[in-house]
Design a protein around this ligand. Structure first.
Ligand SMILES: *Cc1c(COP(=O)(O)O)cnc(C)c1O
Length: 396
């Protein structure tokens, strides 16, 4: 009998953060000004190897402002994967623009072959702009998501970007700490290669500030604009002159007080996550009908979320039966997100040859992966995963 709950993905917070929080209380700097914000921005920029980073309220807020400064306008289109968390897509609608959905490949990231095929055959290139033949709308940008921390094929994507003159927004909300070990972008972090990259510090991400986000770019004028828009676009902060419609999207000093501590622990979290992944991998490789999805070998991934694929015929039961059984013994697991092109707000949007994403939607399960997971927990999960195989052999 298992009494303890093994959570899917929970924060790994240190009580040392209280020192920082105490300072925010004592100084009164609890809102969108204060030393922790700048300190966190500096640490983040240094960590991912960029000159500057801008902290904001959430990853979603960062993505919204990124689309705005990249020039996505009403009636434009933006290419985005259907296999993602919906927060990567909603900001397109905030801009009055529309998404066009792409399929995934076996890394769960955007299928670059299909992307190129779509641009080549389904679009026209007129006056430096890409026009979608079907909708007659201008395609401005591509949002690429590094799903579960596994780096997307940026080498390929940046070539496509150049060829078609498109903006690339990297949703690196799940991929803080992942970087490339080979090729053109060797040692470059996910999020630092496209025009703009966005990270998230929501509670289930690899580090957390409760809620929060960070935007990076090599184009400092874009970051400047994002910083400006995120604080109500004050053209003159003393006399409160506003020449633009701004947003209240700036990170608070309390959030940043968490962030400055969490980022110091990130490398340690990744080390633990990689070690735990390998423990699962060894065991799962010996379970008939189960596969654990790999992270790219030519990268140093952050091992954020672990995914197993269930082959119903070989394993004996399907994903949903396994999910239910694990949840009944207090092991929290989760199916893949519902594909976004099938969600109500997006039913009228175009999807291009979506095929593989359905397979993963049906057969993938995320298993406990918190950075404070201990090897005893992993043994319990593995024991439960093996149960069905044992039952099969007994002929049940
Ligand atoms: C978490 C996440 C976001 C949004 O981040 P928030 O900080 O929660 O707003 C966006 N895209 C993806 C793929 C995510 O996983």
């Amino acid at each position: 009998m298992i009494n303890k709950t093994i959570p899917l993905s929970v924060p790994n917070l240190s009580l040392e953060i209280l020192e920082n929080v105490k300072e925010t209380i004592e100084t009164g700097w609890v809102s969108t000004g204060g030393r922790f914000i700048q300190e966190f921005e500096n640490k983040m920029a240094k960590y991912v190897g960029m000159e500057r980073a801008i902290a904001c309220q959430s990853g979603t807020a960062g993505l919204h402002l990124a689309l705005k400064v990249l020039g996505v306008e009403h009636d434009d289109e933006v290419i985005v994967p259907t296999l993602t968390f919906i927060a990567a897509v909603n900001p397109i609608k905030y801009m009055g623009a529309e998404p066009v959905f792409m399929d995934c490949d076996d890394s769960l990231n955007m299928d670059m072959d299909k992307l190129e095929e779509f641009l080549e055959y389904e679009c026209e290139f007129v006056g430096g702009q890409v026009i979608n033949k079907k909708s007659k709308k201008v395609i401005k940008a591509i949002i690429v998501v590094h799903v579960f921390g596994n780096p997307a094929n940026m080498e390929r994507l940046m070539k496509i970007k150049l060829k078609y003159n498109l903006k690339v927004l990297e949703d690196a909300t799940e991929a803080l700490g992942s970087f490339y070990l080979e090729g053109e972008y060797v040692n470059r972090h996910c999020g630092t290669i496209g025009d703009i990259g966005v990270y998230s510090f929501n509670a289930n991400k690899i580090i957390t500030t409760g809620g929060g986000g960070m935007v990076v770019s090599n184009q400092l004028e874009l970051l400047e604009e994002i910083a400006f828009l995120s604080s109500q676009a004050k053209t003159d902060p003393l006399y409160f002159v506003h020449d633009n419609v701004g947003y209240n999207y700036r990170m608070t000093n309390i959030q940043a007080a968490f962030g400055t501590d969490q980022i110091d622990r990130l490398e340690h979290f990744i080390e633990t996550k990689e070690k735990n992944y390998n423990l699962y991998k060894e065991a799962i490789e010996n379970i008939e009908g189960l596969t654990i999805l790999p992270f790219r070998a030519d990268t140093r991934a952050n091992y954020w979320f672990y995914s197993i694929i269930i082959d119903k015929e070989k394993y004996g039961v399907d994903r949903d039966r396994l999910l239910k059984t694990l949840n009944e013994c207090n092991i929290q697991t989760r199916p893949l997100w519902g594909l976004i092109h099938k969600q109500k707000p997006y039913l009228n949007n175009q999807g291009y040859k979506i095929d593989k994403a359905y397979y993963y939607e049906q057969n993938l399960l995320n298993i406990p992966c918190s950075s404070n997971l201990i090897s005893e927990d992993i043994k319990i999960v593995i024991k439960e995963l093996k149960k069905f195989t044992v039952e099969m052999m007994r002929g049940n």
